[in-house]
Design a binder for this molecule. Structure first.
Ligand code: TXA
Ligand code: MG
Length: 339
C-alpha cells in the first residue's frame, strides 16, 4: 500500500483510488476531485460529515478561468496577486466555482477552494495525472487532511496511517514524503468579495496577505459552519490543554494541577525553548523558532496522547500576524476549547 512511485499514485488516483499524499503543510487524503465516488469515500474514511467542502489541489498556478477544464470561473485581481506570490505554497483561495467543481467538492456552495501545494512529491503526482490523461487536464485532487474528523492533522505518514491505515482498501496508496515542512494547514482566504477574508490562519501570515494585495485582510475565522476547522473545538488531542501567557503562568498552571491531584509526570509542556519545564513535567516541544514550533506542534500533541499525558500547558507564540504565529495560536486555542 505504501509506494514511492508517484506515477503509480497518479494512475491510482485517475482510477478512482485514494492516496495519502504529503504536502508541505500536512498530509492529505487525496481523491480525484471530479469523481463523486472517490470524494464520497474520502468523507467515509475520514468520518467527516457530508456537506463540508474540500480543497481542490492542482499543479498549475495559472488560474485561467477561460482555459478548458478550469475549476474557477472568475479571479479578482488581488486573488491573482496572491496566487502569483504564494503558489506553490500553503495558501488556499476560495473563488467562484466553474461547472467542473461540483457540489461533491464545494458542499453545494457557489465557491471552490483551490491550492497548489509546494511539496515536490505532491506536485509530481499532480503533473503525472495530467501527463497520463492529458485530455482530462488540469486534474485536481480533493485532499482534506489525512486524519479522522476532529483529530490532529498528520505531519508524518505514520500519523496518517495510525488514523486511517485500517480504513483504506487494497487499491489505495500512501506516499512517504517525510515530515511536513510547514506543519500547520494552509491559510484559507475567501476571495469572493472586494477584499480578502481570512477563513483560517495557516502557513502564510495575514501580514503577508496584506502586503501582497495592498488590501486590509478581514478576519473571518469565526464566520461559520462551512469550515469544520472553524468549529470551536477541533485539532484536539485527548489530553486537556491550558494556554499560558508566559513562563510564570505556565509554572502556576502546573503547580495548580499538581495540587489538584494530577501526577506531575502526566503533565506536558509546549513552549519556546526559553520557557521553563517545571520539575517532573514532560517537555513535549521546545522550539528555537516560531517555524519550528509550527513544524513540531501536531507531532507533540500526538506524542502526548501516546505517552498518556493528561494535561498539557502550552505557551503560544505572540500572534503578530507574521508567518505561522497566528496559525499556532489559533490551533492551540481550538485544541484547548471545551469539548
Ligand atoms: O493545508 C491544507 O489546507 C491541507 C492540505 C492537505 O492541503 N488540507 C486541509 O483540508 O486542511 P481540510 O479539508 O482538512 O480543511 C479544508 C478547509 C475546511 O475547513 C473546509 O471547510 C474549507 O477548507 N473549505 C473548503 N472549501 C471551501 C469553500 N468553498 N468555502 C469555504 N471554506 C471551504
Ligand atoms: Mg482537517
Amino acid at each position: 500500500m505504501i509506494t514511492d512511485d508517484p506515477r503509480a499514485a497518479a494512475a491510482a488516483l485517475l482510477d478512482g483510488a485514494l492516496v495519502i499524499l504529503p504536502t508541505e503543510t500536512v498530509y492529505g487524503l487525496a481523491g480525484r476531485a471530479d469523481d463523486p465516488a472517490a470524494v464520497a469515500r474520502i468523507y467515509a474514511v475520514k468520518g467527516r460529515p457530508s456537506q463540508h467542502p474540500v480543497i481542490v489541489h492542482v499543479a498549475d498556478p495559472r488560474l485561467d478561468p477561460s482555459a478548458p477544464g478550469s475549476w474557477v470561473r472568475e479571479v479578482p485581481d488581488y486573488a491573482r496577486r496572491l496566487a502569483d506570490a504564494c503558489w506553490p505554497g500553503p495558501l488556499t483561495l476560495v473563488l467562484p466555482r466553474s461547472a467542473r467543481a461540483t457540489d461533491d467538492v464545494t458542499g453545494g456552495q457557489d465557491t471552490v477552494a483551490i491550492r497548489v501545494p509546494a511539496h515536490p512529491l505532491a506536485l509530481v503526482v499532480l503533473r503525472a495525472m495530467d501527463e497520463i490523461d492529458p485530455a482530462g487536464a488540469p486534474h485536481g485532487v480533493a485532499a482534506p487532511s489525512a486524519n479522522r474528523f476532529g483529530h490532529v492533522s498528520p505531519t508524518m505518514l505514520a500519523h496518517a496511517l495510525t488514523d486511517l491505515g485500517g480504513l483504506l482498501s487494497e487499491s489505495d496508496l500512501a506516499i512517504d514524503g517525510g515530515a511536513c515542512e510547514v506543519g500547520v494547514e494552509s491559510t484559507i482566504v475567501d476571495c469572493t468579495g472586494p477584499q480578502p477574508r481570512v477563513l483560517r490562519p495557516g502557513g502564510v501570515g495575514v501580514a503577508d496577505i496584506e502586503r501582497i494585495t495592498g488590501l486590509e485582510a478581514l478576519d473571518a475565522t469565526a464566520s461559520g459552519i462551512r469550515v469544520p476547522g472553524a468549529l470551536p473545538s477541533h485539532y484536539a488531542p485527548q489530553a486537556r490543554i491550558a494556554l499560558a501567557a508566559d513562563g510564570d503562568a505556565l509554572t502556576a498552571y502546573v503547580d495548580a494541577a499538581v495540587e489538584g491531584g494530577t501526577d506531575v509526570e502526566r503533565i506536558g509542556v509546549i513552549a519556546m525553548s526559553g520557557a521553563p519545564t517545571p520539575d517532573g513535567a514532560q517537555r513535549l516541544l521546545a522550539p528555537e523558532t516560531v517555524d519550528a514550533y509550527a513544524r513540531g506542534l501536531y507531532d507533540a500533541l500526538r506524542r502526548a496522547d501516546a505517552a498518556g499525558i493528561a494535561f498539557i500547558v502550552a505557551v503560544p507564540p505572540d500572534p503578530d500576524g507574521e508567518g505561522v504565529s497566528e496559525a499556532i495560536a489559533d490551533r492551540l486555542r481550538r485544541a484547548s476549547a471545551p469539548r
